[in-house]
Design a protein around this ligand. Structure first.
Ligand code: 3HC
Length: 281
């Protein structure tokens, strides 16, 4: 693989662009309009500049990395990509509509992947003309830091696709684990009920936000307590994931608690909106 395409330059997409370009790949990233594209590319440049300022990369490496990234609003510019990773909004219709337009431009051999966190990869793959070359590649936030990538396989995927994608993930310096297709895969299937349970514990008056966070940080060695992590991931993101997982499994442990729904409705989305369980004012 030489050229990686990324569709979506939001939090996850821009991280995938950065780590791919850092590992020597040419990267084409597509956003739906120039405002979103410029914002995403600016965030990548800031992240690279921070790494240079901290001495993690030389200035030349930083420049070489950014020179390997091309931004576009035109899907046709992804035509030369060997692997295209979709990292757009977690919405089935939006994803399948994108694939049907994108496949008009991709080479027949290109692999198409989704960074979905909760939709089943099977339903995404089945909507394309290349289910044997369709796979889940699930990165974790913050992408430049988190070592894990879940590779999600379906009944339809070609083993050669899995091998090529595993090689790509390894070339990024990350560790991959292979997951059979199930909503939430391995990590979110365990993490999401834990985060929802933390909200229920708080709703039921078990303890303050700070004490529940301290409990899990100091008692279990987690880098962040559940409420700091919820605010970090984004409450709207967790709410959407929980809704999708509840819909899939019909188990109450995946059901979003009322407080989470109310916070999303109130626009308290976590760090990105300045307020979530904590105030970032
Ligand atoms: N981008 C790039 N680098 C970042 C970063 C970011 N957004 N945030 C932190 N870093 C880097 C820092 O530069 C620093 O690197 P250095 O030590 O080489 O200078 C390193 O990470 C540690 O950062 P800090 O010292 O500022 O802060 P912490 O020690 O508190 O670490 C953290 C920050 C890495 C985010 C850590 O708190 C952590 O691991 N938290 C848990 C994150 C987690 O669980 N992520 C998974 C979320 S679930 C998910 O993504 C799945 C999805 O489907 C919902």
């Amino acid at each position: 693989m030489k050229t990686i395409g990324v569709v979506g330059c939001g939090l996850m997409g821009r991280g995938i662009v950065e780590v791919s370009a850092a590992s020597g790949y040419q990267v084409v990233v597509r956003e739906i309009n120039s405002d979103l594209l410029d914002g995403g590319l600016k965030a990548i440049r800031q992240s690279v500049d921070r790494a240079v300022a901290k001495g993690k990369r030389s200035e030349e490496e930083g420049e070489a990395l950014t020179s390997r990234i091309v931004g576009t609003t035109d899907l046709a510019e992804l035509a030369a990509c060997d692997l295209v990773i979709e990292a757009i909004v977690e919405d089935l219709d939006a994803k399948t509509a994108l694939y049907s337009e994108l496949e008009n431009h991709l080479s027949p051999a290109a692999i198409l992947a989704s960074n979905t966190s909760s939709l089943t990869v099977t339903q995404l793959a089945a909507s394309t003309q290349r289910p044997d070359r369709f796979i889940g590649i699930h990165f974790f936030n913050p992408v430049p830091v988190m070592k894990l990538v879940e590779i999600v396989t379906t009944l339809m995927v070609d083993p050669n696709t899995v091998t090529r994608v595993s090689d790509y993930v390894e070339s990024l310096g990350k560790r991959s684990i292979e997951c059979k297709d199930n909503s939430g895969f391995i990590v979110n299937r365990l993490l999401v009920p834990y985060l929802l349970d933390a909200i229920r514990a708080y709703e039921n008056g078990f303890g303050s936000l700070e004490d529940i966070d301290e409990g899990m940080k100091l008692g279990c060695g987690h880098p962040m307590g559940p409420f700091v992590l919820l605010d970090f991931i984004g409450l709207d993101t967790i709410y959407n994931i929980a809704e999708i997982m509840f819909d899939e499994y019909r188990e109450t442990r995946f059901a979003p608690p009322p407080l989470l729904k109310q916070m999303v409705q109130a626009g308290h989305l976590g760090r990105k909106s300045g307020r979530g369980f904590y105030d970032y004012g």
